[in-house]
Ligand binder design. Structure first.
Ligand SMILES: Nc1ncnc2c1ncn2[C@@H]1O[C@H](COP(=O)(O)OP(=O)(O)OP(=O)(O)O)[C@@H](O)[C@H]1O
Ligand SMILES: [Mg+2]
Length: 302
């Protein structure tokens, strides 16, 4: 795979709750440490980056996390306003158009309008915003991500001319250009998340035609204790060691599941994912993101 971080746009998606935001934050950290100026675009309802980096919420304005990493929380209403202002140029026209009751009613009836403006904003940062080299998109979960990423082709089936079609063509060209963008899938070592990632990979191939970045198997349990080591603990009559032996056995059961789903992803996606270790910690913040970034830095070729 050519240099992942030399691209303009990196999309991270997968089933809900699998660690998309966490992996996006760790990827941004690695890209930042390799000299890229990175913007993380969050599209979920709740902003995650402040907690993950231990910073203040950036909200709808771009906020600095570190000198090389910024983030922005893309929300439909603000994105719509910005997009309209960009196209319509003048605030007065914006008010006349968007604050008109009939127009508002019509806009609500257009199904993918919020997706158009949200993806539009992300692509604008990737294509035209000189402050950044790379946009990492912490995308919505599977089905939503698919409909978001197929917005340009859906709209282009309906509209062929005018500023909207022009923007959609530029967005589609960006998504379909393997040198400029890629999409990475995240899964957990569990049945549903892995199945969803495999289905999504097939859908992406068919519908969106984006290049694929590395996939991630998050919260992975690497094997740590040999059978012999566990048995030797059990042989001892010390009850504390007996508890330790049981804990080690339970850990190894999780590790066996991790190995099983690693193999499943490898065979069904045609290449091995990058394993992101499960971290045992009560809270998840800057320290944990930095730990995962170290792992990714070793796994992702420069
Ligand atoms: N490698 C890991 N080790 C331990 N816990 C993790 C790991 N990765 C993520 N988590 C925890 O799993 C939870 C979900 O992570 P995260 O918010 O990144 O998922 P998500 O896919 O972005 O979720 P959503 O679909 O809600 O946006 C969080 O509480 C996070 O701290
Ligand atoms: Mg998230």
């Amino acid at each position: 795979m050519s240099d992942l971080f030399a691209r303009r746009l990196l999309v991270v998606t997968g089933k809900g709750g699998v660690g998309k935001s966490t992996v996006a934050a760790a990827l941004a950290t690695v890209a930042g440490s390799r000299g890229r100026r990175v913007l993380i675009c969050e599209l979920s309802a709740r902003e995650r980056m402040p907690a993950l980096f231990g910073t203040r919420p950036s909200g709808a304005e771009v906020g600095l996390i570190t000198p090389r990493i910024s983030s922005v929380h893309v929300r439909p209403n603000e994105a719509m306003r910005e997009y309209a202002l960009m196209v319509l140029k003048f605030r007065a026209i914006y008010s006349a158009v968007f604050e008109n009751r009939m127009v508002r009613y019509f806009l609500r009836a257009v199904p993918s309008l919020s997706e158009i403006v949200m993806l539009g904003k992300v692509c604008w940062h990737a294509l035209q915003d000189d402050r950044f080299d790379l946009v990492v998109l912490d995308a919505p979960a599977t089905g939503h991500a698919l409909s978001l990423l197929s917005t340009p082709s859906t709209i282009l089936e309906l509209v062929n001319e005018g500023p909207l079609a022009r923007d959609m063509r530029a967005m589609q060209a960006l998504l379909e250009d393997a040198r400029r963008s890629a999409v990475s899938l995240v899964a957990l070592p569990e049945e549903m998340p892995v199945n969803e990632a495999v289905d999504l990979a097939a859908q992406l191939r068919k519908v969106v035609r984006m290049a694929r970045g590395p996939d991630f198997l998050n919260a992975f349990f690497p094997s740590r204790f040999s059978e012999a080591a566990i048995s030797s603990l059990k042989k001892d009559q010390d009850p504390n060691l007996e508890i330790a032996a049981r804990a080690a056995r339970a850990y190894e059961d999780r590790a066996a599941l991790s190995a099983f789903y690693l193999e499943k992803m490898r065979t069904e996606l045609g290449r091995p994912p990058i394993c992101v270790p499960h971290l045992f910690s009560e809270s998840f913040g800057a320290l944990q993101v930095a730990q995962l970034a170290e792992v990714l830095d070793r796994e992702i070729p420069a």
